[in-house]
Design a protein around this ligand. Structure first.
Ligand code: ADP
Ligand code: MG
Length: 669
């Protein structure tokens, strides 16, 4: 029982929710004589020989010769020495895996295999489930238990109403469970899988929809509808004209601001797409309507930069903006706090300091949060609690793929600045190997001689912090030796934060020529004179991360360059991957590619806390299902916001069960 508990199985219900992770298609066993390289096949045969070999570099290989009446094939397992203990000569073995040709002969690398007494495990010749296992729980036992459980299954209450199922072509729960474990055919299995994937996404989206409706109660927000003189005045004085995308997103924001429904909007825009001016024009509309605005950035440097930019764009418009960060102290801090409380200050720009105790706004109408993924949701809420129910705009440069935006921010409306200001020169991007380092340095010498600056970035992975630090330190020393006249500085995670700020400021002021950094350079820092970005061990960064890094240069008039240095041992695919960057500057294309290559966790650098952990649904493959499930959930909540209709009772009960489960999980930590 304890063994089963490790798999999360305590009841028959749990057993039936222990989904197979794959199937042997027992109806399509390929005769060994008919195997072809390049296909994935199920084979059944007798083990004739089995052995293990050590390979170079502490690697090992187990191989077995499997024969049926038509021939023999080598089964090979790399670095899974335990396999040898599971199989003996003479066993009847079933295996599924990819067939390849090696030194002229076919071999099969099993992704799954099992030892069998007869070919069907007593069942009809059909699809055989392959379950995730744990110690002392065999495939065979799980199969017989699920069979028995399904045979005895009482009719089950389906949480999905029949009309919803029909509308989306989903089989009833009982059928779906049976077909998921013991499908008659791949079609039946796919139908079952589709139901569970749809359902998983539906429950997630339904909860988002319920949250969204609660917040969007039309009367709870502020209507900021006054069109005054400040917006046109600042708009006219801008040193550029807004792009179409900026105007479109701004009108979406204004529409939300005019409404009494509180705004909850995500503003996505690639680095350099011009989010700041959109934010400013939104803040000004709040001021015209008699409210205050706040702009919160994740670091002091970014807050200062916003304050400078906004100060410049405001010119002599009658608007009072103040900067409030952790390092603003004493009398100034008290004066700003008083100004915000009295309403004398119109715009507060700052860091976390804005949400600390003692900072009160007289009438906060709009809260803008820059680079959202660096803030927790709790902080987002803390700022929004500082007013009636202010409008909230979250800005991010992380080009979140559509599927992720829908799941993570399903409760936010999304605006996208999908167009760059005119005249931007793309950053020339090159993928290099170690061999080209001397040429790279010669090129950097030219840039430096021309008075330009740049970055050299090293990866930092926590587990090997010491190694990475050494790497960056020796890289820094090598650069300093190679360019004796240049002012080279090193920035890493162990540099104290005021020292870090000092170095960043010196770099921005042109007092440092080359900044060697292990930490990702503050997202959003703008240094127009920085023209080159060198990324060492580029293979260790995600594509989106590389794109963000590249966005640090090319922010001025001068031509800019990005060099992705791939380590020698990294393999050819690392270069291929990096070349995506050379081919496009579209952050969304890059993010989709990154997502495809590395999965959702890495789009953000690390896995997000509270991200949905779907068991069957796959955000990439099931994007259409996600959209359908989302529409269904939001329609349902629109039609019946409190789920009080009798036919929605099963839905309500299921949500309550999910909530209990969450509470259980939270208690277990
Ligand atoms: P981000 O979206 O990365 O925050 P910024 O708001 O910092 O981008 O804008 C990047 C640069 O582009 C700034 O120097 C800004 O002045 C400039 N900019 C913004 N909008 C336009 C525009 N419509 N035309 C030309 N330049 C623009
Ligand atoms: Mg920005």
């Amino acid at each position: 029982m304890e063994d089963l508990a490790r798999l999360g199985i305590r009841t028959v219900g749990d057993l039936l929710l222990h989904y197979p992770r794959d199937y042997f298609d027992a109806r399509h066993v390929t005769r060994i004589g008919d195997l072809k390289a390049g296909e994935t096949a199920t084979v059944v045969g007798t083990v004739r020989t089995i052995g293990e070999r050590k390979l170079r570099g502490r690697k090992s290989m187990v191989s077995a010769l499997l024969e049926d009446e038509t021939g023999g094939v080598a089964l090979v397992w790399f670095n899974q020495p335990w396999v040898k203990g599971k199989i003996a000569r003479g066993d009847r073995l079933r295996a599924i895996g990819a067939v390849t040709r090696f030194q002229g002969r076919l071999q099969l690398s099993p992704s799954e295999f099992d030892v069998t007494q007869d070919d069907g495990d007593g069942g009809p010749a059909t699809m055989l489930p392959i379950y995730p296992l744990t110690e002392n729980v065999t495939q065979k036992a799980l199969r017989s238990w699920t069979r028995a459980a399904l045979d005895r299954l009482e009719p089950v209450d389906d949480p999905l109403p029949a009309d919803l199922r029909e509308q989306h072509g989903l089989p009833p729960l009982g059928t779906a469970i049976a077909d998921l474990h013991w499908p008659e055919s791949p079609i039946a299995r796919d139908r079952a899988r589709r139901r569970f994937a749809w359902e998983e996404l539906f429950w997630w989206e339904l909860r988002l929809a319920l949250k969204a409706i609660e917040r969007r109660r039309p009367e709870s927000g502020i209507a900021m509808a006054t069109e005054g003189e400040i917006v046109p005045r600042v708009g006219k004085a801008l040193p550029f004209t807004l792009t179409r995308a900026q105007r479109r997103t701004l009108s979406e924001i204004y529409r939300d601001m005019r409404s009494t429904r509180p705004m909850n909007r995500l503003l996505q825009g690639d680095v350099g797409s011009g989010k700041t001016v959109v934010a400013l024009l939104a803040l000004l509309r709040a001021i015209e309507s008699g409210y205050q605005g706040a702009l919160m950035a994740p670091t002091e440097i970014l807050a200062e930069q916003h304050a400078r930019t906004i100060g410049r764009l405001l010119g002599d418009a009658p608007v009072d903006a103040a900067l409030l960060t952790g390092s603003v102290g004493g009398r100034t801090r008290a004066r700003i706090a008083a100004g915000l409380a009295e309403g004398a200050i119109d715009i507060a720009i700052g860091t976390h300091a804005l949400i600390q105790e003692g900072v009160e706004f007289r009438r906060l109408g709009l809260a803008i949060i820059d680079e959202q993924h660096r803030f927790g949701v709790a902080q987002r809420l803390a700022l929004t609690r500082k007013g009636a129910v202010p409008d909230v705009l979250v800005m991010t440069a992380t080009p979140i793929p559509r599927s992720l935006a829908l799941t993570f921010y399903g409760d936010l409306d999304v605006s996208r600045i999908d167009e760059m200001p005119p005249g931007r020169k793309p950053v020339a991007t090159r993928v290099l190997g170690e061999r080209q380092r001397e040429r790279l340095y010669a090129f950097l010498a030219e840039r430096l001689a021309a008075g330009e600056q740049g970055y050299v970035v090293y990866p930092l992975i926590e587990e090997s912090e010491a190694v990475d630090l050494k790497d960056a330190t020796s890289g820094y020393e090598a650069l300093a030796a190679r360019f004796p006249k240049a002012r080279v500085a090193l920035l890493h995670g162990r540099v104290a934060s005021d020292e870090k700020d000092r170095i960043m400021r010196a770099f921005a002021a042109g007092e440092i020529d080359v900044l060697v950094a292990t930490t990702v350079i503050e997202v959003g820092v703008d240094v127009a004179n920085a023209t080159f970005m060198v990324v060492e061990h580029a293979e260790r960064f995600g594509l989106s991360q590389l794109h963000q890094l590249r966005g640090r240069v090319g922010r001025g008039e001068k031509s800019a360059y990005c060099f992705l240095v791939i380590s020698d041992g990294a393999g050819a695919h690392a270069r291929e991957r990096a070349r995506v960057l050379a081919a496009t500057h579209d952050g969304f294309v890059i993010a989709e590619e990154d997502f495809r290559l590395r999965g959702q966790g890495d789009v953000f650098g690390t896995r997000q806390h509270g991200a949905p952990d779907f068991r069957i649904a796959d955000l990439e493959r099931d994007i259409d299902l996600l959209t359908a499930a989302r529409d269904a959930a939001f329609d349902l909540v629109d039609a019946d916001p409190t789920l009080e209709r009798p036919d929605h009772a099963p839905i309500r009960r299921w949500l309550e069960r999910l909530a209990e489960k969450d509470a259980d999980l939270a208690r277990q930590g």
